[in-house]
Write a protein that binds this ligand. Sequence first.
Ligand SMILES: Cc1ncc(COP(=O)(O)O)c(C=O)c1O
Ligand SMILES: *[C@@H]1O[C@H](CO)[C@@H](O)[C@H](O)[C@H]1NC(C)=O
Ligand SMILES: *[C@@H]1O[C@H](CO)[C@@H](O)[C@H](O)[C@H]1NC(C)=O
Ligand SMILES: *[C@@H]1O[C@H](CO)[C@@H](O)[C@H](O)[C@H]1NC(C)=O
Ligand SMILES: CC(=O)N[C@H]1CO[C@H](CO)[C@@H](O)[C@@H]1O
Length: 462
Amino acid sequence: MSKTKNYCYGFCFLVSITINILFSINLYVGGGDKKQDESSVGLSWSTKAAAEAEYVASISCSGHGRAYLDGSIYEGEPICECYDCYVGADCAELSPGCAADANSGDPIFMEPFWMQNAADSAVVISGWHRMSYRYADYTTMSIELEKYIRKMHSIVGNAVTEGRYLVFGIGSTQLLNAAVYALSSENSSTPSNVLASIPFYSIYKAQTMFFNSENFQFEGDTNSWQSNNSTNNMDVVEFVTSPNNPDGELKTSVLGGKTIYDHAYFWPHFTPITGPSDHDLMIFTLSKLTGHAGTRFGWAVIKDKDVYEKVLNYISVADLGISKDTQLRVLKLLKKAVEGDGKPIFEFAYNKMRDRWERLSSVFSKSTRFSIQQRHPLHCNFFNETRLPSPAYAWVKCEREEESDCGAVLEAGNIKGRSGSIFSAKDRYVRLSLIKSQDDFELLLQRLTELVSLENSGVETM
Ligand SMILES: Cc1ncc(COP(=O)(O)O)c(C=O)c1O
Ligand SMILES: *[C@@H]1O[C@H](CO)[C@@H](O)[C@H](O)[C@H]1NC(C)=O
Ligand SMILES: *[C@@H]1O[C@H](CO)[C@@H](O)[C@H](O)[C@H]1NC(C)=O
Ligand SMILES: *[C@@H]1O[C@H](CO)[C@@H](O)[C@H](O)[C@H]1NC(C)=O
Ligand SMILES: CC(=O)N[C@H]1CO[C@H](CO)[C@@H](O)[C@@H]1O
């Protein structure tokens, strides 16, 4: 009895040592770029969660909605959350006369890519995942995630990141004001002047005014500032949005003072990448890169150490750093996105945007009542080809003298856009979002086609 026990102890010990050696060899020799043999680890605590996730994802919602684990439950079952204009328990009915909503910049056009790559983009979060405020190195930013962000920039060639500091934020939205704070002069008798060039993204003004600081104030448009103020006064912080929201233009600084380059749309699906951006303070967002706006993740690329420390301090005082769960998910998504040197994701996204622009341009080419922004071809280093930009938004102009409220004209055609005045421009312009779901785009195109055909048949809606 005790003999067999001893024999087993010895044997089991040997087996255990052997397994450990084999495991270590696999870990250290077979490691490197290759993955450990994950399939050899038996699943236990993750299977229930995986089954739950796959069950809710399998609810079809007729392809016009989604069910989510954190959505509402009806009679014990997750309910379908229908996309715009679809109704019913399974989102199968198109609600008649529903307006085409092209107002928001929700980047749902990327959803099919992630559904096609479901197995490579799902992430499992254990109940004890990173409960601490900090990582082991006492920071609040994942070093591995930072590595993948730099890798993404070097693959795409859209920004210089060597020797630059990175700071993560809750969306790029949070970093916009962190940047204003960091670039404003402290203890000055007059606040720093924050400006942007019309038409500009409305958050710049809204945030700068909302935070109502003694150190900075919003002064409006760069061009009127330049004509009314002495150019020697360089205490300005200028937002340069490139490509611009709403019109897609590749902008450069007007005033030549301190700048915040908002590169939310500086990715190959929206614009040809003509070279790496090399500015002192550049801001990027996951929202318009992979389409995960809901994840709320953005990053700043910063040249100067003092500015970096101020931005970091802002994030630290505001939030004690950003969610570790978010960082894990972003890491997983970026690992997928950099595969094949980014070709699969950017080809998917570019083709989608190009198709939408071709169809949209064809509709507007038949109109004299409405026009859209001009697009000019540029050489894209990433695709190694000369291409037209395919901006996230169409910037529509109502050409008829009397139609000065273009939003109202489109509204009468059952189309919802965002009026020019929201971008501090004239209401003769309207922004239409082209990055929502395919359903949204199809409905928008149908309504625009109807509106333009009325124009040519001589029947008018307004
Ligand atoms: C120019 C620009 N910057 C920043 C943002 C904010 O993006 P997020 O906070 O999702 O990173 C947007 C969103 O539409 C944008 O258009
Ligand atoms: C601004 O003033 C505060 C206190 O008055 C001081 O602690 C801080 O160092 C000053 N900052 C600069 C940039 O001079
Ligand atoms: C700037 O000056 C021009 C004339 O040079 C004037 O028409 C315009 O209203 C001024 N803008 C502002 C914001 O004061
Ligand atoms: C880019 O395209 C040109 C012309 O099509 C070709 O000659 C060149 O080898 C390509 N460069 C790369 C890096 O693929
Ligand atoms: C310092 C200064 O001259 N500021 C003025 C710049 O111009 C705007 C109008 O565009 C004035 O409101 C500022 O007072």
